[in-house]
Design a protein around this ligand. Structure first.
Ligand code: FPP
Length: 249
């Protein structure tokens, strides 16, 4: 009860707590530019971006938003300079190791989605450990898309379903949205209600293509490392003004 009261008190008074998104997804764009503007190497932008993500996760908890998904590394990001890719892999691993204790204290349940088997083995182990240790937590559901591609996710779901048909376990007529979703990486996670993309780009960039069908999209020119509660507040204000019809009138 006390915890609930705290959540309600901290939500900005102009936001309607009955009309908050259940699930917010973020494309954390602009780290490189943020660093460049300061004459720093790009990796410093990613480093700073971790703090932004931590703050946003905490804000979701404080304001009563149950699910947050972050696009940390796309299947296309392997095409970046090797030094940057290696830095990101090491950063993910270091952050996971460092933050696990706090995620336990804050009751965060973390899950990774994407083709995880192609990640460095030591990172895979850290990912496994964090997902396993937090699996019974009941607070914010925090999903990290790593080596994730929406098209690849859909193709692998099709392959799994085709195999089931081939094995005679299901008939083609059994394929429906619910069965299809069951074969996505995000199975069991509700679809995002709000997608926030920083740095002004108006693209989905292969992120949660199936799941985003009815998400409200909010783009801000703010670069990811500068995105804070004030900016999140603005995104939620915009979200609450949207008329969500889901194809109906
Ligand atoms: C895009 O900005 C950002 C990324 C590809 C990496 C984002 C990753 C983090 C913030 C770290 C998250 C950490 C964990 C543990 C989940 P960009 O490099 O494309 O920026 P630019 O468009 O300005 O070049």
């Amino acid at each position: 009860m006390t915890v609930q009261l705290k959540v309600l008190q901290e939500l900005p008074s102009d936001l309607d707590r009955n009309c908050l998104p259940f699930h917010v997804a973020v494309i954390m764009d602009g780290n490189g530019r943020w660093a460049k503007h300061r004459g720093l190497p790009r990796i410093m932008g990613h480093q700073r971006g971790v703090d932004t993500l931590k703050d946003l996760l905490r804000c979701c908890r404080d304001w009563g938003i149950p699910a947050l998904t972050a696009y940390a590394f796309s299947t296309e990001n392997w095409g970046r300079p090797l030094e940057e890719v290696e830095f990101l892999m090491t950063l993910f691993e270091r952050v996971l190791r460092r933050e696990l204790k706090e995620m336990m204290t804050e009751n965060v349940k973390i899950r990774f989605v994407g083709n995880l088997s192609a990640l460095p083995v030591s990172l895979q182990e850290e990912i496994e450990r964090s997902m396993d240790e937090t699996k019974n937590n009941t607070g914010t559901q925090f999903t990290v898309a790593t080596n994730y591609g929406g098209r690849q996710e859909i193709i692998q779901a099709c392959r799994e379903i085709a195999t089931l048909v081939q094995q005679g376990k299901i008939n083609p007529e059994d394929i429906n949205e619910s069965l299809f979703e069951h074969h996505l990486y995000t199975s069991g996670i509700p679809h995002p209600d709000l997608l926030i993309r920083t740095s002004g780009e108006m693209r989905l960039s292969n992120f949660l293509l199936w799941q985003m069908a009815y998400a409200e999209i909010y783009v801000t020119h703010t670069l990811w490392p500068d995105f804070d509660r004030k900016h999140f507040h603005l995104a939620l204000q915009a979200y609450q003004k949207r008329d969500r019809r889901f194809g109906k009138i």
